[in-house]
Design a protein around this ligand. Structure first.
Ligand code: ATP
Ligand code: MG
Length: 391
């Protein structure tokens, strides 16, 4: 019986490796999500073939991740194929001893992530993953002390899955998370950040924050998990960045502190900084036309939500109102202005200098606030009149 599971490319890779004599299966999150009736995100495939054997079977491959036993097969879409391994550690991946599928599954983090599916749809479930899926439970494969000691990031992953899947954490698993939470301080912050991003985008971040509090995660990451009083009011976070922005007020950290601590990307840093600036303005007054022009609608929406959460009974703008206001502005950005810096030089007969950019900004604001029309003639008249008054 054939199964609808997997992409065409993924199924092609598995059948080709099987035909070459290698046991090959779908594995990990994709199988879990399929059983939950969700669209799987990335498709992981595990095989008994070594990376070299995978390369021998397919004509087009990329060596990304080969140190961890992963080969990308271009089929023609890229498909990640990882040799059965007993650890994420590269040393182990290079170990010559062949590893079985069961051993591979045994070293995955949670029972719901240790499910494999063969091409014919047969489920390989050695650790009662399917039962835990039905019970909506996150439980380590085997002894939680061993599993969390091997890789303390799994503590963060358990919390993240509580949000993403809206699952509970099994009692014994949770008890050990609490016992070993301090070990997270040895984990690279970049790995932790990936999990936090996913946590924010999950369906129940609040649940994850409650678990975080109960295991003492705030002792390791006080910038994030100390307070979450209003968290439910900011949700859902349409993007992980919105979650980080909410933390500006919840954690009382500055944008720079959060960005440095969690090594946020430049784009994320910029977004957070803008939220911080907009929030400062919004805490002293309502947004005006220039704020609506300068801040992105994303930033404005997030800040209105935060304000709404903090100050009850105060009217705030909806997403639609923000978008409408923005659309009604005469221009959306500077490039739409009907003049250039060169025009200013020509009109005034002056030499270029710092004054040019200052006047471009003044004119831009006058256009945005509808004090002048956005046409070259009106701008010229207004500019020459205003600049003569300054002399
Ligand atoms: P997502 O839906 O976010 O991709 P996922 O479960 O697929 O979730 P990945 O990070 O893509 O998570 O990892 C794929 C699989 O690899 C997991 O399902 C799990 O079996 C295993 N895995 C990933 N990280 C770890 C880890 N730190 N420890 C043990 N197993 C892990
Ligand atoms: Mg995945």
């Amino acid at each position: 019986m054939s199964t609808p599971f997997g992409t065409v490319a993924g199924r092609h890779v598995i059948s080709t490796l099987q035909a070459a004599g290698f046991e090959t299966v779908f594995v990990g999150g994709a199988v879990r999500d399929f059983l939950l009736g969700k669209d799987p995100s990335d498709m992981d495939i595990a095989t008994s073939a070594t990376p070299q054997q995978v390369k021998n079977v397919f004509r087009r491959t990329v060596d990304i991740g080969i140190a961890h036993g992963t080969i990308v097969v271009l089929a023609p879409e890229p498909v990640e194929v990882t040799t059965f391994r007993t650890s994420a550690d590269s040393q182990q991946a290079n170990d010559k001893r062949p590893v079985s599928l069961v051993e591979d599954l045994q070293h995955r983090d949670f029972t719901i992530n240790a499910l494999a599916m063969r091409l014919d749809g047969e489920l390989v479930d050695c650790f009662n993953g399917q039962a835990d899926l039905h019970e909506c439970l996150i439980r380590t494969v085997g002894d939680p002390v061993d599993r969390f000691s091997e890789d303390p990031l799994r503590i963060m992953r358990a919390v993240r899955f509580a949000s993403v899947l809206n699952f509970d954490i099994a009692y014994d698993t949770l008890a050990v998370m609490k016992q070993l939470v301090h070990q997270l301080q040895h984990v690279a912050i970049e790995r932790i950040k990936v999990e936090i991003d996913k946590l924010f985008q999950g369906i129940n971040p609040l649940k994850a924050f409650h678990y975080s509090r109960s295991i003492g995660l705030h002792t390791v990451l006080p910038e994030l998990f100390s307070s979450f009083e209003h968290l439910d009011k900011y949700m859902p976070f349409v993007h992980a960045q919105h979650g980080w922005a909410a933390m500006l007020t919840e954690s009382e950290c500055t944008a720079a502190e959060l960005a440095n601590r969690f090594k946020l990307s430049n784009e994320e840093k910029r977004f957070l900084k803008q939220c911080e600036d907009a929030l400062r303005i919004r805490n002293s007054r309502s947004f005006d036309t220039l704020d609506i022009y300068y801040f992105s609608s994303d930033v404005l929406q997030v800040v209105e939500k935060i304000r709404h959460a903090q100050v009850k009974d105060e009217p705030v703008m909806t997403k639609e109102q923000i978008i409408q206001w923005k659309e009604r502005l005469p221009i959306q950005n500077r490039s739409e202005l009907s003049f250039t810096g060169t025009d200013l030089l020509q009109w005034s007969g002056l030499r270029g200098g710092k004054w040019t950019s200052e006047w471009i900004e003044k004119i831009e604001q006058a256009v945005v606030c509808k004090r002048i029309e956005n046409d070259a003639q009106s701008i010229k008249e207004w500019f020459l009149y205003e600049i003569s008054r300054e002399k």
